[in-house]
Design a protein around this ligand. Structure first.
Ligand code: NIG
Length: 411
């Protein structure tokens, strides 16, 4: 195994408060040693041990790679016309999903894989080192299984979203029976979690609860798309079912926010499992011209927050986590350190990857992601900037200078 010393780091975000100051666990004039696929050492540059190879960071900022905990990257086709219509004043409606379903069903496995490879490469160039992606544009047993298999070759986590919408022309009750029965049975070996779009025009509270209960019978984790298009039961349903996350959250009542924050009470007391992460999707909120999720209120209430790209062809055709972080700071009232933490450790927590031992789609146990501390997976990004502040101070600029994933230089 080769070791690598990265030194002369002007600002290091560790996300570990025992290693540095503030919520980012920040260190100045720091160094990091990578051994194989893991972080071996973190500390002051003056104390750094020797290693086989050395990279001089030149006083720039080093931080964990982005953890993008919500994407829909297995699809074919494009929805430019729908986007143009939306920018001309039409509202987003869940029915557009069926356009991508038709294109995805008609695509070959190679086409789906090629598109996914392109999107993953784009994400890597922007500093993303961990990617969750979902099925949900197949919506037949066969197309959902092949979507999950395609996803598992390139993503770090695969989520089953058969309950995305009821496919055009199908009976809703019969489709729900299919999703919670034979479709889930067939897809379950290929995924680690199950998701449901709990929204008017998609699945109501009772139908969503059936999806979450079916997932639990299979021993799978759950997530919920909720409170995207209006107020609704999604957030509280996710908490009641112990879901890892509920995502979107543009429309939250005080009760929803209290439920999300309260889901972490036992965990904070050191007595119980993690609660439900509130995942906000700033690029989607902008691209659908919907209200920005109340990220500031969520943090003030002490909910655990993640920021993700929601990369998909309908509502958020970007994998740029830097754009999402800049938006969260400039438009949603977060500090830069809060936004960076939500887009790294927050995403890891939403995926259950914040500690060692999670299993990737190839069945291999993996080290923790989302933090730079000894033992964690060596997932790092070097910015062409002296501090993470520049992510919001210089929005839209290509600041990614280098990316390492599991110790390997990928950008
Ligand atoms: O997360 N909300 C549901 N699913 C996607 C939209 C997918 C689409 O419109 O194609 C989302 O925004």
């Amino acid at each position: 195994m080769t070791s690598l010393l990265i030194d002369d780091i002007g600002e290091l975000t560790t996300n570990d408060e025992s290693l540095g100051e503030g919520i980012g666990g920040r260190l100045r004039d720091a160094a990091v040693v990578i051994d194989g696929s893991r972080i071996a050492w973190v500390g002051s540059a003056t104390d750094a041990p020797a290693a086989d190879e050395r990279v001089d960071a030149g006083g720039r900022a080093l931080l964990p790679g982005w953890v993008d905990s919500h994407t829909h990257m297995v699809f074919a086709g494009d929805r430019t016309a729908e986007f143009e219509a939306r920018m001309a004043g039409e509202a987003y409606a869940a029915g557009g999903i069926n356009v991508t379903v038709s294109a995805t069903r008609a695509a070959s496995d190679e086409e789906l894989d090629g598109n996914l490879a392109r999107l993953v490469a784009e994400a890597r160039r922007g500093g993303t080192t961990t990617i969750e992606t979902k099925t949900g544009y197949g919506l037949t047993v066969e197309d959902e299984v092949r979507s999950a298999v395609v996803a598992g070759r390139r993503a770090d986590a695969v989520t089953f979203l058969g309950a995305h919408v009821v496919p055009a022309g199908q009976d809703p009750d019969a489709y729900l029976d299919l999703v919670t029965g034979p479709m889930l049975d067939a897809v379950a070996p290929h995924v680690s979690a199950v998701d449901v779009f709990c929204e008017t025009g998609a699945f109501d509270e009772a139908a969503s609860a059936r999806v979450l209960e079916a997932a639990a019978r299979h021993g799978l984790a759950t997530r919920v798309h909720g409170n995207q298009l209006g107020h609704g039961p999604g957030a509280q349903l996710a908490v009641a079912h112990g879901s890892l996350s509920v995502d979107h959250l543009g429309f939250l009542s005080d009760g929803d926010i209290a439920a999300l924050a309260g889901s972490w009470d036992e965990w904070r007391r050191g007595a119980g499992v993690a609660g439900t992460v509130a995942t906000v999707l700033p690029a989607c909120d902008l691209s659908t011209r919907m209200p920005l999720a109340p990220a500031r209120r969520l943090l003030d209430a002490e909910a655990v927050l993640a920021i993700a790209s929601n990369c998909n062809p309908g509502t958020s055709y970007t994998s740029s986590m830097a754009f999402c972080v800049a938006t969260a700071v400039l438009q949603m009232g977060l500090t830069i350190q809060e936004a960076v933490r939500a887009a790294t450790l927050g995403g890891a927590t939403a995926l259950g990857m914040q500690d060692d031992g999670w299993t990737d789609p190839r069945g291999e146990a993996q080290p923790a992601v989302g933090a730079i501390r000894p033992g964690a997976r060596a997932d790092l990004q070097l910015l062409d900037a002296p501090s993470v502040t520049h992510l919001a101070y210089r929005p839209g600029m290509p600041l990614t200078a280098a990316v390492w994933r599991a110790g390997e230089r990928v950008v």
